[in-house]
Write a protein that binds this ligand. Structure first.
Ligand code: ZN
Length: 392
């Protein structure tokens, strides 16, 4: 958000005339003053919930959500990339058609939800849009796509999603698909498929930033080589913090940085995911929360709370998250790290349960000795720079 500047001319009345008249002093805390973005918000999953309002202030324990306009204000999160997430299904004509219908509907749902609060939040396509909205005191809604599965084998559909406002997209999710191997797949292609290589070219042509989170190491390497423009990892953790194929190793972070890209640090896979049968069942219901009645939503939240009291999904906390973030900055440099915690998609840890915890991240970065300018790069500057560089 824009700084609130207090003209000291008025200060004389309050007895603070020691400061020279006319000098403006910034009295807003650093975190609120910066433009802050999160690159991967699964919040659209909640947008269709009966009885749930995006402009309200909810709480995770009561309704399992981590982002809303109330908490964006409280945690001074100015915006982010609201994602069209599509679950991986069969690589068949029917599978593709169903996924496309789903992704189109999800995109429309994002548009309708953002459009419902024009005084509070608005869509953004460029860094200039983001800065203008911030100046106007509005929140910023970029749109992204997690999993390009809905495109089927028709790359011309990418232009449709570009026209719908998508400016960041990843080829794959948790299983290998028609474009690429997943970090958690079986390795069908040895990286990108031939169609996946064309996907990279079309992404570059349209100016949509490539999101390499969820891609296998080989797919990451090939996208880094083939893409004319820098990559983003919208929500990834470091493999040095926890050895898991979904995480990025430090060598690849250096290579990403050398080509101008950035890795947005997540709160997931800082430990093994404790996906017990009970958790898996609740997670399955959670992904469909937008279709549940208010009573069933409340029942799911109650069962989630009860399970949380018995077992946690991640064996990690805010301290571990901060240690990884600081390590990533050390390895990649302040120009190549950003934040994408995976809110509403499985993210959140003890001490960083939802976006209201974000000012603590800024305070820790400051305490670690980073300048205000460096911290703002991490919160938004790096991602906006990469968006600006997506066309020749
Ligand atoms: Zn994800």
């Amino acid at each position: 958000m824009k700084p609130i500047l207090i003209a000291l001319g008025a200060c004389a009345l309050a007895g603070c005339a020691a400061e020279p008249a006319g000098v403006e002093v910034d009295r807003t805390p650093l975190h609120s003053r910066m433009l802050t973005l999160d690159t991967h918000l699964d919040t659209p999953l909640h947008f269709g919930r009966e009885g749930w309002r995006f402009d309200a202030r909810h709480n995770f324990a009561e309704d399992l959500s981590q982002v809303d306009i109330g908490r964006m204000r409280e945690g001074a999160l100015d915006g982010g990339f609201f994602t069209i997430y599509t679950e991986q299904g069969p690589l068949t004509a029917k599978g593709y058609a169903d996924a496309l219908a789903f992704a189109r509907a999800r995109s429309d749902l994002i548009d309708r939800t953002i459009a419902a609060y024009p005084k509070l939040i608005a869509p953004a396509l460029t860094s200039a849009d983001a800065r203008r909205l911030d100046d106007e005191g509005k929140l910023i809604a970029f749109k992204s796509m997690e999993n390009s599965y809905p495109l089927g084998e028709d790359l011309s559909l990418l232009a449709e999603f570009h026209a719908k406002g998508v400016r960041l997209a990843g080829p794959v999710h948790s299983a290998d698909n028609q474009f690429a191997d997943s970090a958690t797949g079986k390795g069908k292609w040895g990286g990108l498929s031939p169609l996946g290589r064309d996907w990279v070219k079309e992404m570059n042509r349209l100016g949509i930033a490539i999101d390499a989170s969820h891609a296998s190491d080989a797919a990451f390497d090939q996208m880094l080589t083939l893409s004319k423009y820098p990559l983003i990892l919208s929500h990834s953790s470091l493999r040095s913090a926890y050895d898991h194929p979904r995480n990025l190793d430090e060598g690849r972070l250096r290579q990403l940085a050398a080509k101008g890209g950035a890795m947005c640090i997540s709160t997931i896979f800082l430990s093994e995911m404790n996906l017990t049968a009970s958790r898996a069942e609740l997670f399955g219901k959670y992904e469909l929360i937008g279709t549940l009645s208010p009573d069933d939503q409340a029942d799911l939240a109650r069962r989630w709370r009860e399970l949380d009291a018995r077992e946690t999904m991640w064996n990690a906390d805010f301290e571990k998250f901060m240690a990884m973030l600081l390590r990533a900055i050390q390895v990649g440099g302040v120009d190549h790290v950003c934040v994408g915690a995976d809110w509403d998609g499985g993210g959140g840890l003890d001490g960083i349960e939802d976006i209201t915890a974000l000012p603590k991240v800024t305070a820790r970065l400051k305490a670690a000795g980073y300048s205000d300018a460096d911290i703002e790069k991490i919160w938004s500057g790096n991602v906006l720079r990469i968006l600006d560089r997506q066309k020749g």
